[in-house]
Design a protein around this ligand. Sequence first.
Ligand code: AMP
Length: 247
Amino acid sequence: MTESATQLLLNATESGNIPAAARLRLREHSRIFLAGPPGSGKGTQGPFLGKLLEVPHVHIGDLFRSNVAGRTKLGMKAMKHMRRGELVPDEVTLGMVAERLQDPDTQHGFLLDGLPRNLNQAEAVDDLLATTSGKVDAVLNVDISREESFRRLVGRRVCRNDSSHVAHIMYATPHKYGICDVCNGPLYLREDDTRHTIGARWDVWHAQTEPVVRKYGAEGVLIPISGIGTVSDITERAITALNAYFG
Ligand code: AMP
């Protein structure tokens, strides 16, 4: 796919007008986990890929952030862990996910972004799927180095209206200071995008989430891709890898 074809695809995805060729090959396979270390770009790719797969993008971090913003009971339980870069306790996380995966829009598939992040969550979500539709079809893991992750995250500014709209103070400066180029929403620095907390999130990744990636590798459902490149490069890489995997 050329850069301009990819751009067309992204534009079409944005407008909801998705080329048939892009979606047809993926339609049968739609229970997908999206994994990757901090700053790998999952949250940016998720909405595009969800639209192409025609399934909801269920972003666990965003579900927590909206609970924190709404000061719900669940948000109050999650907040202190998120601030430290730790995982929110499984009993909180798994209850929220089990509820979301009962919603009618997820019955024909989902792109689950940010879960499972430890082996206990993997076992729980595998069991949950076994009681309904079967098992996870694929686990897409977007990989980047620790150095690149720090470069991206300390300068990242996220739109309050939509967390997939991101700017960077050095590499993708917004046209108007503090304002999202896509929707004019306010940009902010995520509380967990400080050097110390990014380090803590990487420790969690190595200790708790990499074993999950290895588990799905051993089960033959892992699709690893590099997260280095432009947003459209990575979307294209993900589509190519998913199509190759599903044949
Ligand atoms: P993310 O938006 O994916 O970077 O997630 C932000 C934060 O939300 C993480 O650092 C955790 O504190 C929390 N979080 C996201 N997903 C999970 C999960 N599966 N289990 C526990 N905590 C999570």
